[in-house]
Design a protein around this ligand. Structure first.
Ligand SMILES: Nc1nc2c(ncn2[C@@H]2O[C@H](COP(=O)(O)OP(=O)(O)O)[C@@H](O)[C@H]2O)c(=O)[nH]1
Ligand SMILES: *[C@@H]1O[C@H](CO)[C@@H](O)[C@H](O)[C@H]1NC(C)=O
Ligand SMILES: [Mg+2]
Length: 385
């Protein structure tokens, strides 16, 4: 195209001017016109729609997992539609720091259907399979054998004492669901391990290995990052119920248990230590097994999820401490993690290896830090002395 246009232009100009004096002027004009034609050519939009951005040829999706194998596992997120922004933040960090190299699938659960925008925004963040599930109503409702007049009086009492979520029934539904129902949901039955993620958490470090394979290969049942004490007002009769259960079913208590994590007097009283369950990497065999199934039903019948405000964290922690071997509980010290207001920041070589951006000195789990009083990490570490 440029060739034929040039020929046409030259022909016209020689006809009009055909004069030696003007040769210089002619060449100059020609040069300008030809340059303009090239510039014009570059501006033509004709190619833009059909030419893919050149970077696509550098993209590489779906790297195989570094060890060539994956565990039977999923990332599990319970959330509301209104928490989309916090969910996006958590998922993006987990993808960037870890899962874009491992491609574990996601399961999202909600007591209401997820809306189209929620699903679209979440699916944009990952190449992994993402499934969205609805929680069956009976798994997310105050059972009819709870006496509502007692329950509501007790809720008011907790509100007066300033206990967080003291008056909330939906929070209690959530705690009961996370204690006894999530692992029976139809989207989870096909998996053995899960990594629980909440909206608005922070992952501080690169995780260049597969925590699920660590769990699977080393026969771990429960993994945590933060261990701390619970507010006694939320669980006044929990330990009494636990002791009743273990008296009735002593066969479920492991001979190599971790009772010294949850009790400072050999099991007489509960020290309120628990693993913070907003982060959990665990094997659902633990929850699906006979011991925990009986344990959950026993606690559920006591009514403490509604008459008090039993959390899934103390319930899970007490169960794993009693029914598992203590070496089946794993501290992921190298996973930099924060859920308001506490964090686990790796120390020393682990901080360097993970390229962590948290300050090691700020870690709630510091062994000799000022925050140590309410941290239960020392009790966990003492189990192995
Ligand atoms: N679908 C749904 N999820 C909830 C509800 N309440 C809490 N959650 C989820 O349960 C988890 C714990 O709740 P959160 O509000 O973070 O409680 P906190 O971490 O104890 O302060 C989070 O993943 C929430 O998204 C609810 O009513 N519906
Ligand atoms: C994964 O684990 C679940 C639960 O134990 C099991 O039903 C399923 O068959 C397992 N899947 C694979 C691929 O091993
Ligand atoms: Mg939370």
């Amino acid at each position: 195209m440029p060739g034929s246009m040039e020929g046409h232009v030259i022909h016209n100009y020689t006809m009009m001017m055909g004069n030696k004096k003007n040769t210089k002027f002619l060449y100059l004009t020609l040069a300008i016109i030809i340059s303009l034609l090239f510039v014009f050519e570059a501006w033509q939009p004709s190619d833009i729609d059909s030419t893919p951005p050149v970077t696509t040829s550098y993209w590489k999706h779906n790297h195989p997992p570094p060890l060539g194998r994956r565990a039977n596992a999923t990332i599990l997120i319970l959330a509301r539609n209104s928490e989309l922004a916090g969910v996006i933040s958590s998922v993006k960090q987990l993808e960037d720091r870890w899962n874009k190299n491992f491609h574990y699938p996601y399961v999202f659960l909600n007591d209401e259907p997820f809306d189209a925008n929620f699903k679209r925004r979440v699916k944009e963040l990952t190449d992994s399979q993402v499934e969205f599930g609805l929680i069956p109503l009976p798994d997310w409702v105050q059972p009819d054998w709870i006496d509502e007049s007692i329950a509501s009086k007790n809720r008011e009492h907790l509100v007066k004492q300033g206990v967080i979520y003291g008056g909330s029934v939906s929070y209690r539904n959530m705690c009961r669901f996370n204690s006894g129902f999530f692992y029976r949901h139809e989207l989870l039955t096909k998996y053995q391990f899960y990594w629980r993620v909440e909206p608005d958490v922070t992952y501080y470090c690169d995780i260049d290995y597969d925590p699920f394979l660590v769990m699977q290969d080393q026969d771990k049942l429960y993994g945590f990052t933060i261990a701390l004490t619970e507010w006694k007002k939320t669980i006044p009769t929990l330990w009494k119920s636990v002791k009743e259960f273990t008296r009735e079913y002593p066969q479920y208590v492991s001979p190599h248990n971790a009772v010294d994590f949850i009790s400072d007097d050999g099991g007489y009283s509960y020290n309120t230590c628990h693993f913070w369950s907003n982060f959990e990497i665990a094997n659902m065999d633990l929850w699906r097994g006979e011991a925990y199934t009986k344990f959950f039903d026993f606690l559920d019948k006591k009514g403490g999820f509604y008459y008090e405000r039993w959390g899934d964290a103390p319930v899970h922690s007490i169960a794993v401490s009693l029914f598992a071997r203590r070496d089946q509980i794993h501290y992921f010290s190298d996973i930099g993690y924060k859920h308001e207001y506490f964090s686990n920041c790796p120390q020393g070589e682990q901080h360097r290896r993970g390229k962590c951006w948290c300050d090691s000195k700020s870690s709630y789990q510091l062994k000799n830090g000022a925050l140590q009083i309410t941290s239960c990490l020392a009790r966990y570490e003492d189990l192995f002395k």
